[in-house]
Design a protein around this ligand. Sequence first.
Ligand SMILES: *[C@@H]1O[C@H](CO)[C@@H](O)[C@H](O)[C@H]1NC(C)=O
Ligand SMILES: *[C@@H]1O[C@H](CO)[C@@H](O)[C@H](O)[C@H]1NC(C)=O
Length: 393
Amino acid sequence: MKSGIVYLAVFLLILVIIKGQDHGLLTYVERRITSIEDRITQFHDQSGIYSSELRDFKKHILTMVENYEKDKEELRSELLNANARIERLEREVDYLESQNPVTPCLEVDDKVVERKAKKVQKKRNEKYDKITDCRDMISHIKSMKILKKMKTSTGLWTKDPLANSDKVYIFSGTANDTLYEFASIRDFSVSSHNRKAVSITLPYPWKGTGHVVYGGFLYYIKEGTEFHIIKFDLKNHTVTDSAVFPAEEQIPAYSLSPFNYIDLAADEEGLWAIFATKENEQNLCLAKMDPKTLDVEQMWDTPCRRENAESAFVACGILYVVYNTRLPSRSRIQCAFDVSDSLTPEEVPLIYFPKRYGSHSSMKYNPKEKYISAWDEGYQIIYRLVMKSKLVV
Ligand SMILES: *[C@@H]1O[C@H](CO)[C@@H](O)[C@H](O)[C@H]1NC(C)=O
Ligand SMILES: *[C@@H]1O[C@H](CO)[C@@H](O)[C@H](O)[C@H]1NC(C)=O
């Protein structure tokens, strides 16, 4: 449009010259034209500035986008790299842990906790004199054998370590009034139902997986608000004895298996109870029990934590606590507590279990056959152990 005006002005100028008009008008027209030209120049300059600014901006954006794409690629390859490195590290850590066990927590006798008087006064946190000459600790897991897979993900299978028979006892689930007795491990592993089993209905329902069969008796945890331990004669199916467990304000022993308030265990030394109370809610407590009378003979506060524990067992007077994480990884023995000796931390093994399906809802040590009978997400498993002497360095 502006150029149209220029033409018009030039045309007018020519017209004026041709018409020979006076000098004043000519000067006026010239001035007008000059001013229009000035404005046109200004406009050109400005639009030039604008367009070059726009070009610069576009260039800037393009380099930004390019850089961003480049960064994204770099970030992606860095992430892949980091991932690979983490995986390698994990493998290395696993390897190192299996080669030279790191220091698990360990009880040292000088840290005896003073406690206020309890309802039942028991020997607490004292050294324990072994009644057997068992001086072994677990060296490693030799093998893992799956006997069977049952529908219930939680439960307990066990044998009587003192009996000469091969009978197997099954507690399916975490609460019921019935248990099953198979004549042998073979019968148990080949039968698809409980048809081959003798079913035993108890006078009081059981709760959790903390029961043991020991010397012809079943010691089981009765369902209810107080923690009764019932001693049940498996020969003539009668209750022989019962006792309220002498601990106050009990809480679930293992954070990953909250159905167990008391976990009974049998080993070379006899009968034990693993439990936890509100008073010492971070850590597990251990009690030695008299299988004849159900009396608690002695109690210990262990340094083993409840958090992320899924199970525990006692072997040769040492409590082994098995840990895992809420998102399942591999189960491992990561805390050991020796009631009679102070093992040096280097001697306490960190032992990984070979495989894991879900969570070990029960683990029972068999002192006669040196294996752990375990129930992991419906699988009934035997972990055979290799023991070594604590005295040999
Ligand atoms: C025991 O378990 C069976 C199934 O295995 C179930 O039918 C029964 O109701 C349970 N009994 C109790 C008392 O929980
Ligand atoms: C069951 O057997 C034990 C010994 O094994 C005996 O002392 C008890 O009296 C018996 N109980 C009944 C009800 O027969």
